[in-house]
Structure formats: structure tokens, C-alpha cells
Write a protein that binds this ligand. Structure first.
Ligand code: NI
Length: 390
């Protein structure tokens, strides 16, 4: 019996487990209950388990009967500070916290893959390193786990992971070779003039007018400086300055994000944000301080690993249901687990519009078609088997 046939009967247990995680969401680095269940489940299977890796992260090693390569399988565990507005009977029991990105499903899927592969331990040549990551939503969990040695002893030879994806209908899988999720950076631009009375602007240097010009001018980076065939986003997400209707404030702060696929484009955008903010600010008589902090690298799927995942997806959901052009300017710190380890991060369709299960990720009404749990577990286990079992 193939793995795909073995997952099907596990669906009720997967649904139950996912709904339990869903009812008990935990925010970044607070995944104590979730990590406890993960560790207990992996221990129960007989895996070698390490807890407290990157604060609340868990690593489990499934050692095969014979030696061979190490495959890393990564799942994330954290929820979001969103108040759930679904009418599901498994809705979040914690006001203001919600699994609105599907990480409850990711954790469930990886635990099920561990069980499926553990049943085949005698045939496995090599090992699987399961990495249950905290704090993906704040982009800090992967870094914390790697700092605690998650990529050492043994160092993985390959790396895979998945995201349940409501941009795709359930029953489809998206596998895209090359860049598929973007690098993310956070920028802060502080514009300083000199404040004063709103009725006497000539006695001030108005940082609000300068900041407005900077916001407009930044739009030219994507439209005029970026190769039209490359991907880039520059978004100003926050403007803070002033409080009273008749006062010109001394300072305005802009915060935003930069998203890119390629390092050359990223470097160009960083340079232009500095030049535009500082140049426009100076032209308006203000001084400008710009800082840009890189948050994550792009997810750049390795061609050979992606090809293998694609072949498996064709077996699991049928060739007509495999998409090879699914990309997003969203970001994922799974990129750190795949940075210099050949890897593939793929998308498992989880939307079902007919049943109202198609709200976007991070939306208060987000929910998934739970058939995606079955497909996800089959995908992870089948890809692992293709690397580790003859
Ligand atoms: Ni997510």
C-alpha cells in the first residue's frame, strides 16, 4: 500500500488535531502548549527529540535503519494577533489570537508525515530531521533555531516545507522552481525640519510636506528604476508626525517594507530609497535619516529538489492539478533553512469557495478545506520516501 492510501484513514485524526491547535492559538515564541504536544507526539513515535531550540522550537530526528542523506522537513507553529470571526465550531478560544495563516495545519501535517515515515523506518536509508519552528510571523523563529544549532549535527542535505495556500483551490499543489517568495526588509525614514505655528509656515521647515514628497517619489523606484521583468515592491505602511491641526511638527517618521526576489534588485532598491529620501528631504530643507534592515532572504527553490517535488505532486494530485508558476511577494523565514541547503518550499491549495473557505491569509475569517491536510501529509511523506527509500 502506498503512502497516499495510508494517509486517507488518518484524516479524522488529523482534523481533530488541527482543530485542537486551532482552538488554542499561541503567538510567536509563546508556543508552549503546541510545542509540548509536538514533542510528546514525536517522543511517542520513538524519535530523538530536542525541545527549547530557538526558545519554543522542537527538533525531532527519525533515524533510518541504514545510513544515508539527511532531509529536513520544516513546519511552523505560531498564530497571529487577530480576533477570529469565523462561525466554525472549533473557533479560537483565546480572544485576539487566531491561527489565520494555517500553521495549525502545517504542524498537524508534519506530525502525520513523521508517523507515516516512522512506519517505514526499517526501509529508510538516512534520516529525517523534523523542525517545528516558532515565530514565523515575526520573522525571528528560523534565525533563533539556527542560532541554537538546528542545522548542525546532522547538517541536512536537502530541505522541504509547505504552506497551505488559499490562493489555490484544494486539490492543487503549487511548485515553482527558482524565486517564489520574496526577500523582505523594513525601512524607517525620519524627516526632521523645524516645527512651529500652522499659520506661519514660513517660519518653519515643514517635515509633513517633505514626507509627502518622499512618499510620492519612492513610487518611482519600482516604476522607473526596476527592470519591468523583475519583481519589486516598495510600500510605505506608516506615517507618523504631528498631533494638532494648527501645529507644524518638528519630525515625521515613515515606515515601510521592501520586497524583492534577486539580491541585485534588492541592493538597487536599498540604494534608491536612501538617495530619494535624503535627496528629496534636502531639497525641502529637511534632514533625513534612513535605515533599512533586512528581515528575510528570498525563498529560492532549488531546480532539482523542485523537480522531485513536482513529480511527487503529479502522483498525489494528478498532473493537471500541479501549478509551476505560483509566486508571491509575501515572505517566509523558511528561506534561512534553505539558504545554502538545496530545498523546495511549495504550496498546497486549501481554498474551497463553494464552502466559504477562501478568505485570504491573515483575515479574521480565514479557514481551510481540511482535505488539504491529507494532501500535505502525503506530499511531505512521499517526497521524503523518494529521497530515503529505494
Ligand atoms: Ni504562514
Amino acid at each position: 500500500m502506498g503512502i497516499i492510501d495510508e494517509v486517507r484513514p488518518l484524516k479524522p485524526a488529523m482534523v481533530e488535531r488541527r482543530r485542537d491547535f486551532h482552538q488554542h492559538p499561541e503567538l510567536a515564541f509563546e508556543e508552549v502548549r503546541t510545542a509540548g504536544i509536538v514533542a510528546e507526539t514525536l517522543n511517542g513515535l520513538g524519535l530523538e527529540v530536542q525541545t527549547g531550540v530557538g526558545k519554543t522550537g522542537v527538533v525531532g530526528i527519525l533515524e533510518g535503519a541504514q545510513d544515508g542523506p539527511t532531509l529536513l522537513i520544516r513546519a511552523d507553529m505560531d498564530a497571529l494577533p487577530i480576533h477570529e470571526e469565523t462561525d466554525a465550531d472549533y473557533t479560537s478560544k483565546t480572544a485576539g489570537k487566531m491561527h489565520a495563516c494555517g500553521h495549525d495545519g502545517h504542524t498537524t501535517i508534519a506530525l502525520t508525515a513523521a508517523r507515516l515515515l516512522n512506519d517505514r523506518r526499517a526501509a529508510i536509508k538516512g534520516r529525517v530531521k523534523f523542525v517545528f519552528q516558532p515565530a514565523e510571523e515575526i520573522g525571528e523563529g528560523a534565525e533563533a533555531m539556527i542560532a541554537d544549532g538546528a542545522l548542525d549535527n546532522p547538517r541536512p542535505d536537502f530541505s522541504i516545507g509547505l504552506h497551505l495556500w488559499n490562493d489555490l483551490p484544494v486539490g492543487t499543489v503549487g511548485v515553482t522552481a527558482g524565486p517564489s517568495m520574496s526577500a523582505a526588509a523594513l525601512f524607517t525614514i525620519t524627516v526632521t525640519g523645524s516645527g512651529g505655528h500652522g499659520a506661519q509656515p514660513h517660519k518653519t521647515v515643514d517635515p509633513i510636506v517633505a514626507a509627502a514628497q518622499i512618499v510620492s517619489a519612492l513610487q518611482a523606484i519600482v516604476s522607473r528604476n526596476t527592470d519591468p521583468l523583475e519583481a519589486a515592491v516598495v510600500t510605505v505602511g506608516a506615517i507618523n508626525g504631528g498631533e494638532a491641526f494648527n501645529v507644524i511638527p518638528p519630525t515625521v517618521t515613515l515606515k515601510g517594507t521592501i520586497r524583492t526576489y534577486r539580491p541585485e534588485v534588492e541592493a538597487m532598491v536599498y540604494r534608491r530609497v536612501h538617495e530619494i529620501a535624503e535627496g528629496v528631504g534636502q531639497a525641502m530643507g529637511c534632514t533625513v535619516d534612513t535605515s533599512i534592515a533586512s528581515m528575510t532572504k528570498a525563498v529560492n527553490n532549488h531546480p532539482e529538489v523542485s523537480e522531485r517535488v513536482r513529480e511527487v505532486a503529479e502522483r498525489v494530485v494528478g498532473a493537471q492539478n500541479v501549478r509551476t508558476d505560483v509566486r508571491t511577494m509575501g515572505s517566509e523565514d523558511v528561506s534561512l533553512f534553505m539558504d545554502d541547503i538545496p530545498g523546495c518550499y511549495f504550496f498546497v491549495g486549501s481554498a474551497n469557495a463553494e464552502h466559504g473557505l477562501d478568505a485570504p491569509h491573515h483575515h479574521p475569517a480565514f479557514d481551510i478545506d481540511e482535505e488539504s491536510l491529507v494532501i500535505g501529509a502525503a506530499m511531505l511523506a512521499e517526497v521524503a520516501a523518494s529521497y530515503l527509500i529505494d
